[in-house]
Design a protein around this ligand. Structure first.
Ligand SMILES: [Zn+2]
Length: 157
């Protein structure tokens, strides 16, 4: 089976919340795609409950696109400790962390239920499993701890 970089990361050595560049992938005609680890909570110590994580997912989809060029996808890890962010081109982890911080600040302070996209039976695969309350509480916790642009040293932006 193919070796996957994410599974070679020592999850006991990281210090969440952080942004980490996982890989840069070059296409055949030179296009560049970057894959980031947006780690919101400490692995094996915490996990965001699915309803809150699901609502954060729906919100980051729009809020990160507002702040960062070339966003392709932002999807939750199965372990519920964070998200993969895939983008066209290169961004520094500092720029990604600043965008993530701004998005979480909006979730914590500005977003109302009417602002959440995709919360009905037509536009979501599990529309009953959302919690904006949980999303806001976890966003506040992550912001209070600060987002580092380095996975191993706390360098809070
Ligand atoms: Zn959904």
């Amino acid at each position: 089976m193919a070796k996957v970089e994410s599974f070679t990361l020592d999850h006991t050595k990281v210090k969440a919340p952080y942004v980490r560049l996982i890989t840069e992938e070059k296409g055949k005609i030179g296009d560049l795609i970057s894959n980031y680890d947006l780690r919101l909570v400490q692995p094996n110590e915490n996990a965001i409950p699915t309803a809150g994580l699901h609502t954060i997912e729906h919100l980051l989809a729009g809020l990160l696109r507002d702040r960062l060029d070339g966003v392709i996808d932002c999807s939750p890890f199965g372990c519920r400790t964070g998200f993969h962010l895939i983008t066209w081109g290169e961004h520094s982890t500092t720029d990604v962390a600043v965008a993530l911080k701004g998005a979480l600040e909006d979730i914590a302070n500005k977003i109302e239920w009417k602002d959440v996209q995709g919360t009905d039976i037509y536009s979501c695969g599990n529309y009953r499993d959302h919690s904006l309350f949980s999303a806001k509480e976890w966003a506040k916790k992550i912001l209070a701890e600060g987002i580092s642009d380095d996975a191993f040293e706390r360098n809070v932006i």
